[in-house]
Structures are given as structure tokens and as C-alpha cells.
Design a protein around this ligand. Sequence first.
Ligand code: ATP
Length: 391
Amino acid sequence: MATSQHPREPSSPPPQPEASESPLLAAKGVNVVYEPARGVRIWSVRDVNVTLRPGEFVGLVGESGCGKSTLGFALTRMLRPPARLRSGEIFFDGKDISLLDGEDLRRQRRGGFALVLQSGMNTLNPVRTVAHHFGDILKAHKVEGEHWGQAEIRNRGTELLDKVQLDASLLDRYPHELSGGMRQRVSIALALSLQPRMIIFDEPTTALDVIAQKAVMQTIKDLQREDGFTAILISHDLGVVLEATDRVMVMYAGEIVEDQPSRSLVGGAHHPYTEALLRCYADPRAEEIHLGGIPGTPPDLSLSLAGCPFTPRCPLAEDICRLKDPPLAALGNGLAACHVRARKDSAPVDGGVPATVRQPTAQTSADAEAPPTPSRQVLADADGTEVRDVH
Ligand SMILES: Nc1ncnc2c1ncn2[C@@H]1O[C@H](COP(=O)(O)OP(=O)(O)OP(=O)(O)O)[C@@H](O)[C@H]1O
């Protein structure tokens, strides 16, 4: 299978944040389960660590069902039953937000973190105008001394719409009167209204036609550069992610399996799953396009997984891969979780290691609570004290 047709190289890479800066987000040992009242428990996010430095723009890619959205919901404290943060710590700007609720959580959202979802139609209230949406969010998060009357809401709404290239006349429109692209821009403007320092965009352009996709993505990139917020872009489109982001985290079966700078991912991927994903995308400008596929399907996340979850689909699999889940370890310019590649390429890290690290031994608190392989089932069946309901 030819491998020369890959997503385009990023055109003008955004400046890399200083490695020494303290992280804005530091999540450790995050495990999320879906526990439907009837049915099996699904381990959607398994022992994930994520660190984001201020101003970083990070992509999160992987096949459908691998846990990307669930991780985004967990990091912004938007999980709702039957999903539950089973264990893990989420520090935002140095404060553990994983157990906050009610007023404490609400207060953190202002100037804190926001999630922009896939379809503006599903997130906007069909019987409220755009101005009402701004009013609702600004009033719900107002601080002492602020007054949000009609005039103030319209002024602020106008400013925010302008940021996403929409006209103030849309303030009096209802969601069904807007195009998909406009609705998505309104959703982004609403997220910006609380001046978040971190925004997670979950498939922000999936429901749009290609022209609107390109325009909305450009707006997101411009806003991120101008406002300097930290961002995660969840997307199936590896080409878009490589163009927009500083680094890419690749997720498979609820785990981060690779974390590499975007610039070096093409041609520099280390995990066989990432290589397979790259073969699934084509540069439309290429003279010849050969698309690869990934044989087989991802594992059933309701089952206890032993070893590397990619083993049944992996062309490199060896005995050890069936027995032990590999740690996310330094490989090339970043990190990858692959026994075979770790053995063949144990070169020292070439500066600027991305900060998403699954601890390489079983000594972390996360491993003690929810090891990624057979003992995960033990946790699932136990009534341990680490179990926390987070809504
Ligand atoms: N409401 C739910 N109830 C039960 N299980 C769920 C629910 N939502 C998601 N899951 C499970 O969690 C896993 C991860 O789902 P998630 O939506 O996070 O994946 P994803 O990578 O974002 O997929 P996609 O790219 O299709 O949005 C899925 O495989 C699914 O089995």
C-alpha cells in the first residue's frame, strides 16, 4: 500500500508554548465509565493523562467510538449520567476541578473552560433567540457588580457575534432561521462569552458542508491565535487537525496511544495505529491517491482488555503485545505506546516532549486504582472508595 499520500503539512505552524510554562490543564489517571441502568458497563476512557500548556492547540483523533468526546466531556466537567468519572484528577490552573459541583463549578467556568459541540441545532434552544442565549449565559455566570439588562446583553452579543464574523442583526433570529455554519458560529460565540482559557471543540465542523467547514475552521484558528486560549480540536479529519494544531493525541479503545508534534506526525508516527490512520487520509492535491484501511474493528469496551488493545489489528503484534498494555513512552519527538517500536527505537527524546504521559510503570495512583489491563475488571466489579460520582 502506498504511503506517499498524506494529509498536508501544516502551512504555518503556530508558535510552540514554552516547555517550562506550568500547565493550564493537568489530568491524571482519568477513567470514565458509562453505567446504563440496564446493560453493561462500558469503559470509555481508560487511564488517560493529559497536560495542556497555556496557548497550546492540540488535536484529538481516533476512530468513532474510541472515547474522544467522552474525554472532552470529562475534561470540561460536562459528563452526565450514565457517564461517570470513575477515578482520576483534573487540575485546571492548579485547582482540582474533578470533584467540584454546583456553584463552585459554575464559578470555575467563567474565565475557565468551555465545550463547543458538534451540532449548533442540538445545543441551541429552538424557542430562544440568539440574544436570549447570550442573556441566559451572561446572567447565569454574572459576578458581583455586573448588570445584564437588554442593552448590555445586546452590546455584548454584538461584540461576540462580530468575533465570529456574524452580523448583529442575527440577535433577533431563532436557531432554525440560521444556516448550519451560522449556528456553529453562534455556539462558538456563546462559548467565548465567558472568556474561557480553554475550549474543547468536539467535531465543530462535522455537520457542515465543505465550504462552511473550511470557513468555521478558519474562524476557530484565527480566534485561537488572537485570543490565545488553549484548545483541543476533536476531529475525524486528520488533515484538518494537522493543519491547525501544535500536536496531536491519538486515541484508541479509550487510551491515548500516541502524542506527537503535528509537524512531525506525518512520516514520524510511531504507533502502528497512527500509521494506519494516516494511510486512511489522502491529500486531494496528490497526483495519485492510494487510500488504506484498517482491517478489523476496535475492541468492545465493555470487556476486560488484556494487553495492547490494537493487537488483533496490528501488523507488528508479538507475544508481549497480547499480555501487557504498553506504557506511553518517549519515542522520537513525542510519545507512543507500542512494545515493538519502543524496543526498536529507544533513542532519547529530542527536546520538547509533549506532556501527555501514561506513566510507564504500575506505580501511579491511577494504576493503583484502575490498571489498564485485566485488573481493570476488578475495579469495575469492586465497591472501592475511589469511586466518585461527578455530574
Ligand atoms: N450514552 C452512552 N451510553 C452508553 N455508552 C456510551 C454512551 N455514549 C458513548 N458510549 C460508549 O463510549 C464509547 C466512547 O464514545 P465516544 O462518543 O466518546 O467516542 P468518540 O470517539 O467521540 O466517537 P465519535 O467519533 O463517533 O463521536 C463508545 O464506544 C460507546 O460504547
